[in-house]
Design a protein around this ligand. Structure first.
Ligand code: FSX
Ligand code: SF4
Ligand code: F3S
Length: 373
């Protein structure tokens, strides 16, 4: 547990920063309620968010970049709950970020050093990108691994942001010419919050930040170090096309009638059944859409080795939880079998089954089999 209170310096609290920049008390309370909801907190815990904002100062951040495309930073600054503006202006003090801090060169290096000294044990270290072998990165006479270890030594929390930092990412694709490593490989003795996704959903990082400010602790993590609130469900579990999967209605090629009808993308390679992330619930760009909703199969960008698990648009041979490979043509038949056995059928499925009657796909129907996909 820590507190960011530093009375001697008489710095403003987050609440003071917010209201000082024109936010009304009412807007502030509304924002706290939204944040609590994004964090998956009980409504009664909104008070704790409010109190933390009224009590705590901005959280100092050091954000390091290595082998990446900067998509994680791009995603982060598009957070909508809280908004990027809220995050950058009110919650965090981005003391070092190669693209976003206004200063450059020695001034930023100084800011980084000062942050590490002044906020020992308090600052958040975010690392984006994989870490190359020593010979591929030298800045200021120091290798990437040396820089990471130095910044990690006294960080209050460490976040691997994006699949490159959590798993190696594109740079680690076979034959991994730079020896790209995960952040955790470089600092094996440290707890690293893993936020996979290429890029990750901005609200996840925002959620981690606000949780840390509110409770002074890391959010609950799963066995792979990912925040449970965002990575405990498969895309497939909450996908807007799921009813089509259950009804056995699939897109066969990207330009067919089934694609126009918005059917399930499993046969054109969707990895939603094996991918854990919140894309289908939170969606992207302020909740507007996500890859599958926009017609593109999930490529499993938050799973290990997704870059080498291609080709992306070929259907998966196996689904987890099934003892034998799935024949998608049988899925609808299986759903029908389950219905005959007395399983309640959702209204959406009923609507879809009408469409299915008109569908020309010829498939053999099997009854009585059950499956968990
Ligand atoms: Fe890019 Fe980040 Fe992918 Fe990697 O995101 S969006 S290549 S996860 O490190 O910049
Ligand atoms: Fe959605 Fe993909 Fe699952 Fe189909 S296979 S329901 S498109 S996640
Ligand atoms: Fe990535 Fe799949 Fe979400 S490709 S962005 S995990 S829908």
């Amino acid at each position: 547990m820590f507190t960011l209170l530093d009375r001697e310096k008489k710095k403003k609290t987050i609440y003071q920063e917010m209201t000082g920049s024109g936010m009304s008390r009412r807007q502030f309370l509304k924002l706290c309620a939204t944040i609590a909801a994004v964090l998956g907190l009980d409504f009664s815990q909104t008070d704790r968010v409010v109190q933390a904002m009224e009590r705590e100062e901005k959280l100092p951040f050091i954000w390091l970049h290595y082998q990446d495309c900067t998509g994680c930073s791009e995603s982060f600054i598009r957070s909508s709950h809280p908004t990027a503006g809220d995050l950058l202006l009110n919650y965090i003090s981005l003391n070092y970020h190669e693209n976003l801090t206004a200063a450059a060169g020695e001034a930023t290096e100084r800011a980084k050093k000062e942050t590490m000294e002044k906020y020992k044990g308090k600052y958040i270290l975010a690392v984006e990108g994989s870490i190359p072998r020593d010979e591929f990165f030298i800045a200021g006479g120091r290798t990437a691994a040396e820089q990471v270890r130095e910044a990690a030594a006294n960080a209050g929390a460490i976040v691997a942001i994006g699949s490159c930092a959590t798993h190696g990412g594109i740079a680690a694709a076979h034959p991994n010419p730079t020896g790209a490593m995960r952040l955790q490989d470089v600092i094996p003795d440290k707890t690293v919050i893993q936020v996979p996704g290429c890029p990750p959903i901005s609200e996840v990082m925002a959620g981690v930040v606000v949780h840390y400010i509110t409770f002074g602790t890391l959010p609950e993590l799963d066995h792979r170090g990912r925040p449970k609130a965002f990575y405990s469900q498969r895309i497939h579990d909450t996908c807007n096309r799921r009813a089509y999967f259950d009804a056995g209605l699939f897109v066969e090629s990207f330009d067919d009638e089934n694609a126009k009808n918005g059917y399930c993308l499993y046969k054109v390679g969707c990895k939603g059944p094996t991918t854990y992330n919140s894309c289908a619930q939170l969606r992207w760009n302020g909740g507007i859409s996500f890859p599958i909703q926009s017609g593109n199969p999930c490529i499993g960008c938050s799973e290990e080795n997704f870059w080498d698990n291609g080709p992306f648009f070929t259907r998966q041979a196996h689904l987890p939880g099934l003892s034998k490979p799935l024949n998608p043509d049988q899925v609808g038949a299986i759903a029908v079998g389950a219905a005959v056995a007395g399983v309640a059928v959702h209204a959406t499925a009923t609507a879809i089954s009408k469409k299915r009657t008109n569908n020309t796909v010829d498939r053999e129907e099997k009854k009585g089999e059950n499956m968990h996909v």
